[in-house]
Design a protein around this ligand. Structure first.
Ligand code: SAM
Length: 235
């Protein structure tokens, strides 16, 4: 459990890039996290014995959901590991959320929006075959078309037998294979590098198939700003 000293206080100030204006307050932030944990149970088989990798974890929204949802099991699962490129958010998560069953790692890898000066050497900061449930919410929605298949390959390697990956991204039919900040698309005016990256559905699924992953579930357009949900597994 979390010590009193480490109990999560106010969420980190808005200057760090995480989820835009989608989380109106702390209660809404926690509610979305608990809902996602329930979906991970239903779609990906998450249990208290799972090893969960939250890639692009931001300040650890999902960790708060895990703590709430598994309150009857000591407020933890076997391993929650949050990984992100933004040092300030990982520092906050380490100070406020880390404890038995919960850990956070900062990786200094490049993403043109979130960490433009990072190294080009991609990593998920995990061992091959060690992840039962992989979660990447609104991460492929800010990713270029070279990083995307490379990270999908790393996801394939990271998944344990029977493991599942829950990822969201913008996909549409009848659009170019990959586009950055497509004009007139979605609810926002996209600004700056990789604010919105949109894939043609065939193109994203070609990337998935190309690394020997398979689509277990697809739900169109119901996630943040109209993203779609994919549940992936190894082929
Ligand atoms: C829109 S935020 C989503 C945060 C979180 N998943 C959530 O739903 O609350 C995207 C996150 O992905 C992280 N990110 C982008 N590229 C990454 C990479 N290559 N490795 C790890 N994290 C990355 C960003 O730093 C940012 O925190």
């Amino acid at each position: 459990m979390f010590s009193k000293k480490k109990k999560a206080g106010a969420l980190p100030p808005g200057k760090y890039r995480m989820g835009g204006k989608h989380f109106k307050n702390d209660a809404a932030f926690i509610k979305t996290a608990v809902q996602d944990v329930k979906r991970l149970e239903k779609y990906c088989g998450l249990t208290k014995d799972s090893r969960l990798l939250d890639w692009g974890c931001g300040a650890g929204r999902l960790a708060v959901g895990v703590r709430e949802r598994f309150a009857d099991d000591g407020g933890r699962i076997a391993d929650y590991h949050g990984v992100d490129v933004q040092q300030e958010l990982i520092d906050w998560a380490n100070q406020n959320l880390a404890g038995p069953g919960f850990r956070f790692t900062c990786v200094d890898v490049s993403n043109e929006r979130y960490n433009p000066d990072g190294t080009p050497e991609r990593t998920l900061a995990t061992e091959p075959g060690s992840v039962d449930v992989f979660y990447a919410y609104s991460v492929f929605s800010h990713m270029n078309d070279e990083d995307t298949p490379a990270y999908l390959k790393l996801i394939h390697e990271a998944l344990a037998p029977g493991g599942r990956a829950f990822v969201t991204c913008f996909v549409e039919e009848d659009v170019p294979g990959w586009e950055e900040n497509p004009e007139g698309y979605g609810p926002l005016e996209w600004k700056g590098r990789l604010h919105c990256t949109r894939f043609a559905r065939w193109h994203f699924e070609d990337h998935v198939n190309g690394v020997r992953l398979a689509v277990d579930r697809f739900e169109y357009g119901r996630e943040t700003d109209g993203q779609s949900l994919y549940v992936l597994r190894r082929r």
